[in-house]
Write a protein of this length. Sequence first.
Length: 314
Amino acid sequence: MNRIDRISAILIQLQSRRVVKAQFIADRFDISLRTVYRDIRTLEEAGVPIIGEAGTGYSLADGYRLPPIAFTIEEATALFTAEKLVETLTDEVNSSSYQSAMFKVRAVLKNGEKDFLAGIDNRIEVLKSRRAPQMHEGVNPMQPVLKAIAEKKVLSLKYFSYYRQVHTERCVEPVGVFYLDRYWHLIGWCQMQQDYRDFRFDRMLDVQLTNNNVLKQHPALKTYIDNYYHEQDVHRVVLRVDKKMSLHLGDEKLYHGLVGEVDLGDEIEMTFLTGFLEGFARWFLFFADYATIVEPASLRTKAKDLIEKVLLKL
C-alpha cells in the first residue's frame, strides 16, 4: 500500500471508532509507531481535527465527517457475500437490519458496480443445514444480546435446559457471542448459578434487555474460550478408516473434532480432539467394521462395552 492510500485508510479507520490506538494502526498496516505518528501529523496538517492523548489514542472531533466513502468493487462484493451469510445464519431481525444497511451501501456505488452485483445476485446461495436449529417463534436474540454487551446491561432469559429438561429464568451478564457447528451461543455470567454458562440461541424462549448494570468485570470472550478449552479434559483419538468409508463420514467427522488426516493408501488416518469419549465411541460404532482404533486404549474399552451391551439385547 502506498503512503497516500494508507493515510486515507487511517482516516477511514479513525471515523469507524471513537478512539483508535496508535499500536492498533501500526499492527493493521504493518508499520512502525514512528510512521503512524508521521501519518497522523500529515492528516492534521491537511486540516483534519484529530484529538490525541498519550496512552489513550486518537479520535476525531465531534461533528467531523467526510462525504460518503466510495467502495472498491472487491469491498462491495465482500459485503454482498456477507449479506447472504447473515440472511441464513442469524435471526430475522438481524438479517433485516443488515439488508437495510446493504441498501445504503448500494446507494453509493457507481452504476457499473451496481450492475456487477446485480449480475451475481442469483449466483450466490447459502443453504441452511438439513439440521439447522429453529428459533422459537417471535424470539430474535441477536440484537438485544449485542445491545446488552455494548451497554453492559443484564439480560433476562427464559431458557430451556436441554440436559435437565426444565424451563428456567435467568439473569445473565453477557460476555460475548460465537457461532460453532450450526449454533449461535451466548457466553454469560449466570447470577443464579454464580458461574459462566453457555446459552444456545435456539433454546432461548424469551430475551429481554433490563435496566440493571453489569456488576462483575468479565474477561474478553477470546480469553474465556481459550481458558475454557484449555481446562477441559480433551482426549486425542486416532483412527484408521477404510478410504471408501471415509468418504461417507461427511461433516460428522468435523463435529466430532477432526484436526488432521493422513492418506495411508487404502486407509485414512484421522486424528480427533474430543472431550466426550462416550459420545465418540457411540458414533464410532456406526462405521466400526471399516475402522481401527489406534489410540487411546480407553476408547477401545468403551466401544467393547457398548457392543457387549448390544449383544445382550439381541
